[in-house]
Design a protein around this ligand. Sequence first.
Ligand code: SF4
Length: 383
Amino acid sequence: MAIMSMLAAAVELSFTELRDALGMTDGNLTTHIHTLRKAGYVAVAKSVQDNRSHTTCSQTAAGRRAFSEYVAFLEVIVKQARWLENKTQPNELLTQPLPYKAGITLLRAEHLGMCFGVRDAITMVRKEVAARPLTVLGELVHNATVLDDLGQRGVQFENELDRVTTSAAMITAHGASDKARARARAAGLRVADATCPLVHFAHEQVRKLATSGFHVVVIGRKGHVEVRGLTEDLDECDVVLNETDIDALKARPHFGVAAQTTQPISRVRELVDYLQARFPKSEVRFVDTVCQPTKQRQGAAEEMAFQSDVVLVVGGANSNNTAELVRTCGKYCESVYHVQGPDDVCAEWIPENGTLGITAGTSTPDETIDAVESRVREMTKFQ
Ligand code: SF4
């Protein structure tokens, strides 16, 4: 399982990378690779580099399918077990129950709110603007409160390069293509880069797929700044968000699939399986580029929604991952409301008895989440 999960997260890995990452001996790793190869799950390629033999391993299409099915199966078992556990007692591992008064329990999803990529980008902007006037290229974070604060510090925001009036500009956590970076430098700008390392990872994997001869398919929203950054340097690629988009693709011998980092992983896996079913003769190689904070927030939101009668999802109106959280929670709870801040909370949503869950998108600051929770507490006090 450890070998298959390492290989699922990369196009290919060398024998030594696998050995070192897994802390295995050469002999032990060789035995396991041999077994996986015999089962048809792993392909092994040998070459000579600098007079040394070099061995690389990758998952085969059958291996990827088996691994996806196994992971999906485990997810179902875990969800069922947690749900059953919750029938008799609150699951303290997954949520933090905040009993307020008889009849109402508030739950906060275990993972919620701003991710490290967005936090680091905001810190970088504050530091840069303290030194020189700065324009952020695009929206740094889909949250009006944070943007207002940065605006007051003198940060400007521009989508169009030719409208930038400062000598310094910054690329956001969503990243940018090499072409976009080159355009900014050619315009004479000093370019600071706040690209999240997990977006860098996605860029690297997309590049590897393209140079390995795969036709790249990115699962994500066409036109989203991260997706533009991932695809703009490629000669050819497709962006898909649903089965209809996949139906419209041209057949290719080799599809290499990556995803926008904030897409729900379960939906991404469904679409990869659909692509393989739609083109059974094609090789479909999937590289999992959905970021860990997104997976954690989605998973924690599911657990919390399972246990809640009403869910509030806190986040910016145009935040993609907040919208995804609303969709995810809607699968497990009938009453899900998207709020941008405390003023959006309506008293009539709050039940007299039961559980109210709170989660938040990766752009939402802690203060906004706290303010929403405080508003709910105030409202329940007067019911
Ligand atoms: S959502 Fe994920 S990829 Fe995007 S900035 Fe946050 S951690 Fe990075």
